[in-house]
Structure formats: structure tokens, C-alpha cells
Design a binder for this molecule. Structure first.
Ligand code: AKG
Ligand code: FE2
Length: 273
């Protein structure tokens, strides 16, 4: 694996996604937010004024698959994944309405998970410029090796916003200085799922600063956060894995079906006896 990545916990790849893909995704984003469909947003991530920061349902289109195809062939990513199976388990477009409470407290993406016995990466693909004015991205190098308590709590200042409890710890006493990144469409910034990151307010009235952000888990056999069989960035599922995943997806429906059959049989036996 890349030594720098091991030590610092992040990697920046310059101009690896073709412009026509990011342009089309950007248009998809603009069209999606024009529709005032509340189901498009993640209510866990809104500020006190009710402004949303996450557009969800962003992977069921061919653009997402095309981006995954580009990343799959990237030598740096192949090296980093190092023959592990890599499952895309979460995806959204994070954006910032200008001049609103749109900053992100320092957090690690594992802080939102119930279980943390796996490793992985978060991949950020900017769809518009992410510059100094629009809030940037701040990464805390080496923080992926620091242990934080992982527990989800409500943000004390913002009832609509859940955070990992470790964010509070960091606000009070985190000693690593953040590195500040500006990224352009075409670039990819990725970091360890445990790495602490943050971003500022968008003061650039010209952009909503959309970034396609998705999480990739290594090895673990799991459905994605939306209950579907995950897209793979590397490796494959054996037929047995697929059966397990499909069972996980449908077992509640199966249970319902069994319960009905079982009660019918019981009823029938009752009548016969
Ligand atoms: O948009 C950003 O600056 C960060 C978003 C983020 O870290 C997240 O969604 O977990
Ligand atoms: Fe994050």
C-alpha cells in the first residue's frame, strides 16, 4: 500500500474523472434540487433553518456506475484497495447553500456507524469547484490512527443534525492541525473512513459546492445503507454471498410469508384434530 496514505490517511488524485462525466453529474444535481421533493434529501443533515446539505438517491443512474468504472481502473486506487473486496455502502451529494450554516464539524465517517469493526475509505468527487471561498475541505492527517469514541448523538446546537460524539471531543482538544484542500471537477480526494475531516461555510454566492461523496467498506459482507446489494469497486460476490445478501434484503418478507403459511397449517391441523 502507498506509504504516504498509510501515514497520513488520505490521497489526492489530480484530474482523473473525465469532464463530460462530472459535467453531466453536475446537471443531474441541479435538476434534482429544482424538484422540491423532500424524499431527495436526508433530514438527518439539515441546519437549524431547515436547509438541507445532502442530496440522496444519487447512485441509481448510469453516471455513478461510469464514475465507479473510472475509479476501478485507477492504479493508485487499485494499489490502495490491495486486492480486498470493496463495497460502496453509502453515497450522497453534499452541498452548501451559500451564506448559511453549512460548515461541517470535524468528524470521521465511521462516527455515524453502529458497528465499526471494518475498514474502508470515503471518496469525494467534486462536481463544481471547491475553493477557499466555498468552504474547502479540511483533512486532519494521521487522525485515522487516533481512537475516538463512536456514538451518534444529537448536535447540542442543532437539533436537526446528528453527529458522532467524538466530534465534541475534537472541538475541545484535538491537537492535529488540519490541511486545507481546494479541489476541482476531475480531481478525486479520498480518505480513510476513520480520518477526521471538516469544512467551512460557503461564502461563494456562485456555487452550491456539490461533492459526490461515497463510502467504501472493505471485505465485510453487508447490504448498502439503503438495503440494496452494494455496487463493487473491487472484487466480486460468490453465488453463496449473493444468496446471503438477497436473504438479508428479503428476510423480513420471507418471515412474513412463513408466519402466514405456519398459521394456516396450524389452523388446518386444529380443525382436523
Ligand atoms: O461536504 C463536506 O464538506 C463534507 C461532508 C461530509 O463530510 C459527510 O457527508 O460526511
Ligand atoms: Fe464526512
Amino acid at each position: 500500500m502507498n506509504l504516504e496514505y498509510e501515514k497520513d490517511g488520505y490521497l489526492k488524485l489530480n484530474q482523473v474523472i473525465p469532464k463530460n462525466l462530472t459535467d453531466r453529474y453536475f446537471k443531474y444535481f441541479l435538476d434534482a434540487i429544482k424538484e422540491e421533493n423532500i424524499n431527495n434529501y436526508n433530514p438527518g443533515f439539515a441546519n437549524n433553518d431547515g436547509d438541507y446539505k445532502h442530496l440522496r438517491n444519487v447512485t441509481n443512474n448510469s453516471l455513478f456506475k461510469s464514475i465507479v468504472e473510472v475509479l476501478k481502473k485507477n492504479e493508485n486506487i487499485i494499489k490502495l484497495i490491495n486486492n480486498r473486496r470493496a463495497l460502496v455502502t453509502h453515497a450522497k451529494i453534499s452541498f452548501k447553500k451559500p451564506m448559511t450554516q453549512s460548515s461541517w464539524h470535524p468528524h470521521s465517517d465511521l462516527g455515524y456507524k453502529e458497528s465499526i469493526d471494518f475498514s474502508g475509505i470515503t471518496i469525494a468527487v467534486p462536481l463544481d469547484r471547491v475553493g477557499e471561498m466555498s468552504g474547502g475541505i479540511h483533512l486532519f492527517p494521521g487522525s485515522h490512527k487516533v481512537y475516538f469514541q463512536h456514538e451518534i448523538v444529537e448536535h447540542p446546537l442543532n437539533q436537526n443534525f446528528q453527529i458522532g460524539i467524538h466530534q465534541e471531543i475534537m472541538i475541545d482538544g484535538f491537537k492535529i492541525s488540519p490541511l486545507y484542500f481546494c479541489i476541482e471537477p476531475g480531481d478525486v480526494l479520498l480518505w480513510d473512513l476513520n480520518l477526521v475531516h471538516a469544512s467551512g461555510v460557503n461564502n461563494d454566492e456562485q456555487t452550491l459546492r456539490p461533492i459526490l461523496i461515497f463510502e467504501v467498506q472493505f471485505e465485510r459482507l453487508t447490504l448498502d445503507d439503503y438495503g440494496n446489494v452494494p455496487v463493487l469497486l473491487s472484487g466480486k460476490f460468490s453465488p453463496l454471498d449473493l444468496i446471503r445478501l438477497i436473504f438479508k434484503k428479503y428476510y423480513k418478507k420471507f418471515m412474513f410469508f412463513y408466519l402466514i403459511i405456519f398459521s394456516k397449517i396450524k389452523n388446518f391441523c386444529g380443525k382436523v384434530v
